[in-house]
Design a protein around this ligand. Structure first.
Ligand code: NAP
Length: 245
């Protein structure tokens, strides 16, 4: 029987590349996300299954459970992104707006992973894998406002604690922290402005952006039997833009 994988946010960008790679490795893959049409188009192209739900909404997760695999060998918590880019910056003194922004950021990048993983923990197989997509921002900060980096830092910390909760069942729990990755919707349809893009690339030792497939390759390794003794780690994949420690 093939191993099963669930990739949240698998309709686009990094998640889509992860789903493609795991399917090519012979896993039975389910991708999830909020936009049904985007998901279904990707699922058809990759030959995987789509289940649409909002990973930060408890009722939506519970409603989706019957459609998700009964045994989960690999769970990839990839859904997320910088809410800060999708909303106007709250005006100075707008505490309610600031609260909403931070809550949305934590929901998108932390609670999505915590809730989906908790819902699926009873289905994780012995020797299973939980892999969450963090960010370089979780280690280095995310610039003005700081909410995205703070949410990813919390995801990294939770990863370490969950590894101890699930370690007795032979399950490994790790995070991958990408640097700047192109060909995703993270910076919107057109990517970052040219100056910002050049600055991001300029931070890397290899002078180039990362590719979604390189994160997928790292997921594939962590999902393999060879990676059975790697757990509670944050693996940095960033061309040298941050020296992981
Ligand atoms: N691109 C980068 O440079 C970079 C760098 C470091 C880390 N990351 C992280 O990598 C992960 C993937 O992002 P990406 O770069 O591939 O950008 P992306 O193309 O925007 O992918 C994010 C995916 O997550 C889904 N998603 C977001 N919120 C969701 C929710 N509440 N419930 C279900 N699905 C949700 C989106 O689909 P729907 O909108 O349809 O739900 C989308 O398919 C994110 O966690 C991001 O923070 C990206």
């Amino acid at each position: 029987m093939p191993r099963t994988a669930i990739v949240t946010g698998g309709g686009t960008g990094i998640g889509r590349a992860i789903a493609r790679r795991l399917a090519a490795d012979g896993l039975d893959v389910v991708i999830t996300g909020r936009r049904k049409q985007v998901l279904e188009e990707t699922a058809e192209e990759l030959g995987v299954r789509a289940v649409a739900f909002d990973a930060s909404d408890v009722a939506a997760i519970e409603a989706a459970l019957p459609a998700l695999p009964g045994r989960v060998d690999v769970l990839v918590n990839n859904a997320g992104g910088n809410i800060f880019r999708q909303r106007p910056t709250p005006a100075e003194g707008d505490l309610a707006g600031l609260r909403d922004l931070w809550a949305a950021q934590l929901e998108a990048n932390l609670l999505s992973a915590v809730l989906v993983t908790s819902a699926l923990t009873p289905r994780l197989s012995h020797g299973g894998r939980v892999i969450s997509i963090g960010s370089i921002a979780g280690a280095r900060g995310s610039g003005p406002g700081g909410s995205y980096g703070a949410a990813k830092a919390a995801l990294h910390s939770w990863t370490g604690d969950l590894a101890f909760e699930l370690g007795g069942q032979g399950i490994t729990v790790n995070a991958i922290a990408p640097g700047y990755i192109e060909d995703t919707e993270f910076f919107g349809d057109d990517g970052p402005p040219a100056e910002r893009r050049a600055a991001l690339i300029g931070q890397a030792a290899n002078g180039r952006p990362g590719r979604p497939e390189e994160i997928a390759d790292t997921v594939a390794f962590l999902a393999s039997t060879e990676a059975g003794n790697i757990t509670a780690q944050v693996i940095h994949v960033n061309g040298g833009a941050f020296r992981g420690r």
